[in-house]
Ligand binder design. Structure first.
Ligand SMILES: Cc1cc2nc3c(=O)[nH]c(=O)nc-3n(C[C@H](O)[C@H](O)[C@H](O)COP(=O)(O)OP(=O)(O)OC[C@H]3O[C@@H](n4cnc5c(N)ncnc54)[C@H](O)[C@@H]3O)c2cc1C
Length: 415
């Protein structure tokens, strides 16, 4: 398909980092070197019997949950990234170049350097993209903490902040880690108090939902946390534009909110690759079967993580749990068996409430979240997970699982 569209034939087979591959074994190509892609590639390489190639537009694997505390100067940026060569099993071949298109009929992915890579099975894990242009005035008007660079810029802004209205707002839904903005407000309040600015600032939280977030029990856990800190919550506020001159956020509903420092969650959508390859829905999310994690209507394509339209929140934990299902089912399929496992819908997030305490948001397709009262032990568990990340998660060696043997369950969406 894409070969004809582009008029000239691409060269075959990128070389990438030389790695040993077993000849004649099924070829699995993984697109994306984030939590989902790396865990699938490592899971398959550890099993053996596959030629695994990972294609990534970034030669580094990035631990994004660490972005949360970058603006407070609590984390060394270097500790959040590791080269893919180090994060991947030695049997995985890395192609550090973007995928730009694919032809599912002939089983070929086209890369940005105009080479191609052929697959028997393709695993799509390119994550989500940010599109700041969806909110007029975002660029140059608002800060965010959803990338390392933006987090460092916000750190400078927070260091020179001397008081006034700090506004934090959600924009489009879905977005990564739905509790991240709630955690951020609580940690921001702690940070500003440590800077002895108490009494000189007011915190405001803008949400398009009729309540704090989409899920009722998460709201019940966080509304008291924010109330105790005096955060004003403005519901039904769908951010449309930022008026930098008047320092006001403008809502679709016609409302306005003045600010001195503005922090917005960047609007999320599917990646350029997914949209341009015609794999996504109208927002660029890949239609994915919620139990098998196959791309709808494409038996040789799996998808996982933030890139999908799965009815669970976009978190590293869910991508990690999904990776295990994909790796196990792919191994069974390659051996000629039916895929034996389903993704349970499991999501797990240790979520900070500030003051050295955390709660836990854990749910699956059958069980809604019921966050326990905030506790120091849960904060400690989060700190331990952050510290142990590189040993547990990319390797796929975490003792936590999100799979079940195949059976039918009723569908429900929690976000
Ligand atoms: C501030 C913040 C806080 C968070 N907190 C938590 C938390 O506490 N707990 C939690 O579980 N999750 C958290 N998350 C969410 C978590 O980081 C993501 O859900 C997770 O990284 C998703 O994994 P993924 O593999 O689907 O995508 P990603 O990790 O984003 O990886 C996608 C990869 O694909 C690559 N790629 C993109 N396009 C192409 C292309 N065309 N060709 C080749 N490669 C491509 C990208 O460079 C990237 O390496 C947080 C995220 C943020 C931003």
């Amino acid at each position: 398909m894409f070969l004809a569209m582009r008029g000239e034939a691409p060269q075959v087979a990128s070389e990438g980092t030389p790695r040993a591959v077993s000849r004649g074994a099924p070829r699995v190509v993984v697109v994306g070197g984030g939590i989902g892609g790396v865990a699938v590639a490592n899971g398959l390489a550890r099993r053996g019997g596959f030629q695994v190639t990972l294609v990534s537009d970034n030669p580094y694997h990035v631990y994004q949950p660490g972005f949360l505390t970058v603006p407070f100067g609590q984390v060394k940026p270097d500790s959040l990234t590791r080269s893919l060569d180090r994060a991947l099993h030695r049997e995985v071949r890395v192609l550090p170049v973007a995928a730009v298109d694919l032809d599912p009929e002939s089983g070929v992915v086209l890369l940005k350097d105009r080479t191609t890579v052929a697959y028997d099975w393709l695993v799509l894990a390119p994550g989500a993209a940010y599109d700041l242009s969806l909110v007029k005035g975002f660029e140059g008007g608002a800060h965010h903490f959803y990338s390392l660079e933006a987090g460092l810029e916000l750190m400078s802004a927070l260091r020179s902040f001397s008081g006034g209205d700090v506004v934090l707002g959600l924009t489009t839904v879905p977005f990564k880690c739905p509790v991240a903005p709630l955690q951020f407000v609580a940690l921001l309040d702690d940070f500003l108090r440590r800077r002895r600015l108490g009494g000189r600032y007011r915190l405001h939280f803008l949400t398009p939902y009729p309540q704090l977030l989409g899920n009722k029990s998460v709201c019940e856990a966080y509304v008291p946390v924010l109330a105790r800190r005096g955060v004003e919550i403005r519901t039904g506020f769908t951010v449309e534009a930022v008026d930098r001159r008047r320092r006001r956020v403008i809502a679709q509903e016609g409302d306005e909110c003045p600010y001195d420092l503005l922090i917005l969650v960047p609007p999320h959508r599917g990646t350029k690759f997914v949209r341009e390859a015609g794999l996504g829905d109208r927002n660029g999310w890949i239609p994915t079967e919620r139990d098998t994690l196959k791309v709808v209507g494409k038996p040789h394509l799996y998808a996982l993580g933030d890139a999908t339209d799965l009815p669970v929140s976009k978190t590293g934990a869910s991508a990690h749990f999904q990776a295990e299902v994909v790796a196990r089912n792919l191994a069974a399929e390659a051996a000629g068996a039916a895929p034996p496992y389903e993704y349970s819908g499991r999501v797990l997030c240790l979520s900070e409430v500030g003051g050295g305490r955390a709660t836990m948001v854990s749910y699956d397709y059958d069980w809604p979240p019921m966050p326990p009262p905030p506790h120091r032990v849960l904060h400690l568990a989060r700190s331990l997970l952050d510290a142990a990340y590189w040993r547990l998660i990319p390797t796929g060696l975490s003792p936590l699982h999100g799979l079940k043997r195949r059976r039918k369950v009723a569908g429900r969406s929690w976000w």
